[in-house]
Design a protein around this ligand. Sequence first.
Ligand code: B12
Ligand code: SF4
Length: 482
Amino acid sequence: MTSRTARAEGSTPRVLLVDPYIAREDPMERKFVELYPSLGLLTLGAYLREHGVDVSMVDLTFERDTRAIARAIRTFRPDVIGVHTKTLTVPRALEIARQARDAGVFSLAGGPDSASRPQEYLDGGFDAVVPAEGEVATVDLAHRLRDGTPIARTPGVIVRDGPDVVRGPSRPLLADLDQLPLPAWDLVDMEAYLGHWQAETGERRAAVLTSRGCPFDCSWCSKPTFGRTFRQQSPERVLRELVELKRRYRVDYVRFCDDVFGVSRAWLERLLDRMVESELGLRFECLARVDLLKPDLLGRMRSAGLARVYVGVESGSQRMLDAMNRGTKLAQVERTAEALRAAGVRQFWFLMLGYPGETIEDIEATFRLFRRFSPEEYSVSIAVPVPGTRFYDKVKGTLRGRAAPSRKAGGSTLLFEAAYGERLYRWEQARFGLEAALGKARRRFQPRVVEKIGRVADRFHEEVATPLLAGKRSGPRTARPP
Ligand code: B12
Ligand code: SF4
């Protein structure tokens, strides 16, 4: 295996990175327009370059097929093809591993999906998997392959060695994220992404990551690459990235992609100050927890450009929040939702149905909360048990043999034996959809007409849908908004 890729000692190793996601094949993409280049790959690419590796990248996001990979193999002649993996793209990742094998190129998988089930990628044809932070391990591996030194037991790498699979010792995480170079944006067609956003929203939008990991411990959350660790860049390093995005790409809107933004209040205050002082005029959005998003900071966040917040509300039932080990209180949800509304910041709520132990009454509580605050945007998902989580361990005996929710069904697939059947949850999703539409209508049309539609929908829900799908009547009628 090693001899297949070994080149003259002293020559520069060549790594071809691949993002296998093709947007036009994804039915959900048109619904949730969220196209950004993978920051994991761009940072990995920049780091490899800084450490003596030639890097090229095939980003399939805007492509029609995978032909660009064959072209890159011919022209760039890589020693290693490194594929970013998500559950969504498993078949294509495996197809690329086959393509690499046929071309005699070493294939390497990294990213969240291969990190949570490396064996399947090795069985599927990959030569190796980097199941955690990628930078240092990949530099080491690329140089070993170039030098023809054995790669089995390379720290942070799992390799197929003949019939065996050899797992190298784990590698410590990077101690200081400020040492990371800026993402190698030139590896992808930034103009395609920025132009896409400009056409959709009128703004040139880019993604930025200020931290790695998350210190919280929600029982359904999968954290395959960084586990329960947390590191962040200094606000000054973050500002440097923002300045470059503005200068090189005329970006005017930033999505902070951190698992949770603003874990440390002191850090956040310093970043907000730097952003205001810099007068970059950027607007931004982030994902926040209701226990961290303090109403007294919202004014400052707004002045620094805050436009939208993704809020992990998840449930309107405290019992369920506790079951999920969310660590948040309903009072915090209410306080945050009110403060965001008062500050004029758009809210995007994440809600989840079907978590073990959830009853119709809990779903009603979530619905009432949703009706009361009527967030501008939302997503209601059916709980997905991801391997490696406590939720998965809890329901693994009742799994239904499907690894991931169907994109064709809008992601709404029940993968385990929940309290009710899939049709109930799908009905609830439709009901939240109707309520969202009514919420919008309330702001624009005759309230009486809207209320009437709402009452008819409530009656249908209570008297027809719930008894039919859950075999019982729902709780008390949902309160009407004032
Ligand atoms: C930000 C984010 C997004 C952003 C993406 C922004 C961007 N392009 O960077 C948006 C909102 C667009 C998004 C979309 C989706 N996301 Co997302 N997202 C995240 C999040 C919160 C952070 C990703 C990130 O930047 N991490 C930081 C970087 C540095 O880490 P990394 O990407 O893992 O890369 C490191 C290593 O994994 C490794 N590595 C990565 N690739 C490779 C490749 C090789 C060859 C090697 C050697 C190493 C290597 O090295 C990197 C540097 O150390 C993660 C959660 C998480 N913490 O990972 C979820 C996460 C990646 N997303 C997830 C999902 C499911 C999705 C969607 C499918 C959801 C949807 N709406 O349909 C889409 C898929 C879109 C797509 N194009 O594929 C899941 C993936 C689970 C899985 N097993 O597939 C995650 C893990 C969340 C979760 N816990 O469920 N996402
Ligand atoms: S769901 Fe969010 S807050 Fe909870 S552990 Fe995962 S990343 Fe952290």
